[in-house]
Write a protein that binds this ligand. Structure first.
Ligand code: FAD
Ligand code: ZN
Length: 471
């Protein structure tokens, strides 16, 4: 093994690796402390050629390797659980090209999402992917997880933003697919295979991304509602009123707002009366669009029709940021409140009210008093269907129910025709559960792809693709 490590070190030079425990430590544990791993070597290649050399050595010597971007993944995909070599993309951090008239951007995999957004903004263009982790997560990680976030409603998931990719295959071969074309039907669209493959089929080293005109006007509102049914009805109305201008439609229950105002400094309830549910909604458009007036009158009509109990529309950018902070702080507030059991599920948008009606009491039957904090991207049918323990602080007895709660929730999700991972991926967290929810035929096709692209199973082994069940 030490001979292999020496070859890998030689491939990247002195600046390209570390075995210093202090430098490795932050790469071996994720931010929640939920997953922890070990690794004999952190590789930090600075070029595609170095990534290629690394993978060629790993493949020849059957040395497993885990790729890591910003280490913000929520399903443990980026953690080396079996003492694998770790490949960090942090030094693949160049912006290679920007074409303002074609509205495309070519960046390397280790550029942070915030860095990509900034590079676009510098040219007065928009890169629409937006996650609470954007200061740390990388575009390579976003692509590997097909990340979602708060603007999927208008712009689609990461997949929709990718025009081309540069990928290093398991044997070190470089697939240069960095085309900036909007139309290209020359056979299989290979880049799609790597998007959402969580580092199991190849290492993304660079991406050609699609940019959009920077919106000149942004209208942000926060509405109190009696029920999820009312929220789904409001979504339909706001979409009809604003055309395709609605860019976010995020739901949260009263308890989420209570936890945020309790734990997060500088936040307050923006409305006078309390309501069971809240929606943060945003529409964006060009300079001449009469968007604010349309948005406000549609919200006003919803109040008249008792669909909405009360609402506020931000009068300034600072107020809009305060409203967004309420939504973006829910995870952090949940964490500060204490133990929680979490799910990242999707069902058809219209089925959300019925799903909540069944799933919340079903969980509370398993854990009496579990506090439902179901929030998230209602416009995409995606809920972070979470529960806090009945009491504040750590609660091992509550967390011991995780598996029972998860099976109950995921079985219901299946009944509703939904997905057990809407945007976070499979990683290690859900790999054992996947066979319960995906057909044999789909799993076999996934295994065939894995075997074709990574025949020696060196890339992120054990993640995402369930092994064949032993009888
Ligand atoms: P990592 O965590 O380092 O890796 C994630 C996976 O991608 C691993 O399997 C890894 O092996 C693989 N990988 C990373 N880089 C590459 C590469 N270059 N080539 C091949 N494989 C690679 N996710 C959402 O979808 N929507 C959200 O709204 C959202 N909000 C979040 C909020 C917070 C506060 C946090 C902490 C996370 C959130 N996430 C969200 C999850 C996470 O930020 C995303 O999954 C993100 O895309 C991961 O990027 P990363 O660079 O941190 O990847
Ligand atoms: Zn989310």
């Amino acid at each position: 093994m030490s001979e292999v490590l020496d070859r890998l070190k030689n491939a990247v030079g002195a600046k390209g690796f570390s075995q210093d425990p202090a430098e490795l430590a932050p790469h071996l544990e994720e931010w929640r402390g939920k997953y922890r791993g070990t690794s004999p070597l952190l590789l930090k290649p600075a070029t595609t050629a170095e990534v290629s050399a690394i993978l060629a050595i790993c493949n020849q010597t059957r040395t497993p390797i885990v790729t890591q971007g910003g280490n913000t993944g929520l399903v443990g995909g980026q953690i080396p659980f079996h003492d694998e070599v770790l490949l960090s993309t942090a030094r693949l951090n160049r912006v290679r090209a920007l074409d303002p008239s074609g509205m495309t951007l070519i960046v390397e995999a280790g550029v942070t999402l915030a860095g990509v957004q900034q590079a676009a903004a510098d040219a007065h263009l928009l890169f629409p992917l937006s996650l609470a982790s954007e200061g740390s997560c990388t575009i390579g990680g976003n692509i590997a997880t097909n990340a979602g976030g708060t603007h999927v409603l208008r712009y689609g998931m990461t997949r929709a933003q990718v025009l081309g990719l540069e990928v290093v295959r398991a044997d070190g071969t470089v697939l240069d697919m960095l085309r900036t074309l909007h139309k290209d039907n020359t056979g299989y669209d290979l880049k799609q295979l790597f998007i959402g493959s969580e580092g199991t089929l190849g290492v993304v080293t660079a991406a050609a991304l699609r940019l959009y005109p920077m919106p000149e006007v942004s209208v942000v509102g926060f509405a109190a509602l009696p029920s999820p049914q009312a929220a789904v009805a409001l979504l339909g109305r706001m979409q009809a009123a604003t055309g395709s201008m609605l860019s976010a439609f995020e739901i949260m229950p009263r308890l989420a707002l209570d936890l945020v105002t309790k734990h997060i400094e500088g936040t307050r309830d923006p409305l006078d009366a309390s309501a069971p549910w809240y929606v943060l909604l945003e529409a964006t458009g060009g300079k001449d669009a009469n968007l604010a007036a349309t948005f406000e009158s549609a919200l006003g009509a919803a109040i008249e029709d008792s669909l909405v109990a009360d609402a506020v529309v931000a009068a300034s950018g600072a107020q809009a940021a305060q409203l967004w902070k309420l939504r973006e702080s829910v995870s952090e507030a949940q964490k500060r409140e204490g133990a929680s059991i979490k799910h990242d599920i999707s069902v058809p948008v219209a089925a959300i009210p019925a799903f909540l009606e069944q799933a919340v009491p079903a969980v509370q039957q398993i854990v009496p008093g579990a506090r439902a904090v179901s929030f998230g991207h209602l416009g995409d049918g995606n809920l972070h269907f979470n529960f806090n323990s009945p009491r504040t602080g750590g609660d091992p007895a509550f967390l011991a129910q995780w598996d029972a709660v998860q099976i109950c929730v995921h079985d219901l999700v299946k009944q509703f025709g939904g997905s057990i991972s809407a945007e976070h991926g499979i990683g290690v967290m859900k790999v054992a559960a996947l066979p319960r929810y995906k057909s044999h035929e789909e799993l076999d096709a996934m295994r065939a792809l894995k075997a074709a692209f990574d025949p020696n199973s060196i890339l992120n082994p054990g993640k995402t693709v369930p092994p064949v069940a032993r009888l």
